[in-house]
Ligand binder design. Structure first.
Ligand code: ZN
Ligand code: CU
Length: 487
């Protein structure tokens, strides 16, 4: 492997410390020198004058479990400067699985594995462009052990679910995730989740949660998450922190106050956010087919619609008007069609002010929550999240400074999710690095045209290997499925 010197860069080291100018030497996949690197004939030299060199960004909230195998070039992530992704969020993970069956996560790909070790082999065999860290999902293990049962688990079922979590932790997962609005996780009570979260405690893992409510009962849900963390003795990661629906806008201030309070009393709590006022997910999960919520129906745009491809990118209300039916009837029309259950929707339900509140909070990291279904028109967060924060919120609006934004894309993300020896430009660390132009970096993916790579990302290295080179995907595939390690 040739060694690389990145010269004259503006280094933002990921800790939040002020930027400084210098060179960085990459040797054997690691950062071996920072400062003035003397010339040598054996290295590739890159002149980075005017560019920022930072640790590679970590997308802490992804559903890329299947994409690492289906789309190992991971163009939508590497082109944003991401070098690692945390998978298994919202209670849906590609492990555990039954070999030969489809996984019980959003990708539903055929599994050639049943546990994390098997998944790691399958992913690494496909040479993904980025690294991955696993969370084991509640919806997945509950579906595996209890199908769709709407009741508490019996002792045997609970023990088997705990067993799945323990095995995943032993094999290197960083924690346990829930998606308590989704089926079947929503059929669980708080005690069940506490008992399961206890299984990650001996490994120092985290409890990552898409809470039971992100709308009318947001604050109760934060209380529940904090209670679960305290009872189980684990750190809590609140996923895509938001307040949905106009009557709830602004509540993120109160929920962050609750979290600050808990942190002051010794709790370990962190959060993630994506910088958009719309969410996205499997449409079937948000509606009662017998009685679709008309208010939500008004806010729906179709991302991926296997039953009616020509609806993709359109607002549901426009489709309803065209068909001469109500928006609620349009929900039924789409979801009951053959393949309708595979529909992914976008919900325009959040407030811009709440995004700013989240971005200003120093425990909030960045996670895209992108759903890598590339057949339709995915939510633009899949391609745009990180450059959008850097371009719109840091450069254009000055909501936070660049050092703070980078810290919450790198060192904080790595510390919480156990990506050891990454997330900082420091000697000895893995050379996961991004070089970008702070004066041009910007997302250009939109709801209308979402599969567009961002601008201003110059180069990206993963484990010391050049993965993205001035717009070109090098296809070196140096990513690994990482092991969580206790500090
Ligand atoms: Zn979620
Ligand atoms: Cu998610």
């Amino acid at each position: 492997m040739t060694d690389t010197v990145i010269r004259n860069a503006t280094i933002i080291d990921g800790t939040g410390a002020p930027r400084f100018d210098g060179d960085v030497l990459i040797e054997d996949g690691h950062i071996s020198q920072i400062g003035d690197v003397s010339p040598a004939s054996t290295t590739t030299d890159i002149d980075a004058a005017g560019l920022v060199l930072a640790p590679g960004f970590v997308d802490v909230h992804t559903h890329d479990d299947g994409a690492l195998i289906n789309h190992p070039d991971m163009t939508f992530k590497i082109s944003q400067g991401c070098t690692s992704v945390v998978v298994g969020n919202c209670g849906f993970s590609a492990i555990p699985a039954v070999t030969g069956d489809n996984t019980l996560d959003l990708s539903e790909i055929e599994a050639s594995w049943n546990d994390l070790n098997g998944y790691r082999s399958a992913v690494e065999a496909s040479n993904p462009a980025v690294n991955a860290m696993m969370l084991v999902g509640h919806n997945t293990i509950r579906a595996l052990e209890m199908k769709g049962e709407r009741r508490r688990p019996n002792d045997g079922e609970l023990a088997r679910m705990q067993g799945h979590i323990e095995l995943a932790m032993q094999q290197g997962a960083c924690g346990f995730s829930t998606g308590l609005v989704y089926r079947p996780g929503r059929w669980s009570d708080t005690d069940e989740v506490i008992e399961l979260a206890k299984a990650v405690a001996p490994y120092g893992g985290i409890y990552a949660t898409h809470m039971r409510s992100e709308s009318d009962h947001l604050l109760d849900s934060v209380d529940e998450a904090l209670h679960i963390g305290a009872e189980a003795g684990v750190g809590v990661q609140i996923s895509h922190h938001k307040a949905a629906g106009p009557r709830n806008w602004g509540k993120v201030v109160d929920s962050l106050a609750k979290i600050d309070d808990a942190v002051e009393r010794g709790a370990r709590v962190t959060l993630d956010v994506y910088p958009y006022t719309a969410g996205s997910g499997p449409m079937i999960q948000y509606f009662d087919l017998n009685n679709p919520d008309p208010e939500l129906a008004q806010a729906i745009q179709l991302a991926s619609c296997p039953a009616f491809r020509h609806y993709e990118g359109r607002m549901l209300i426009d489709i309803a008007n065209e068909l001469g039916i109500t928006a609620s009837e349009a929900v039924q029309h789409i979801l009951t069609a053959p393949d309708g259950k595979g529909t992914i929707c976008i919900q325009h339900i959040m407030d811009e002010g709440d995004i700013l509140t989240n971005l200003r909070h120093d425990r909030v990291m960045i996670g895209s929550d992108g759903i890598p279904d590339l057949t339709g028109r995915p939510h633009p967060r899949l391609f745009g999240t990180f450059p959008r924060v850097l371009g719109r919120y840091v450069r254009e609006q000055g909501v936070i400074d660049l050092e703070s934004a980078v810290r919450r894309m790198t060192s904080l993300s790595c510390d919480v999710h156990g990506l050891q020896d990454r997330g900082r430009v420091a000697v000895g660390n893995w050379a996961d690095l991004v070089l970008f132009d702070p004066s041009t970096v910007l997302d250009i993916a939109t709801y209308e045209d979402p599969k567009r790579e961002s601008v201003g990302i110059d180069r990206v290295w993963v484990n010391g290997q050049l993965a993205f080179d001035t717009g070109r995907h090098t296809q070196v595939g140096a990513g690994r499925v990482l092991h969580y390690q206790q500090h």
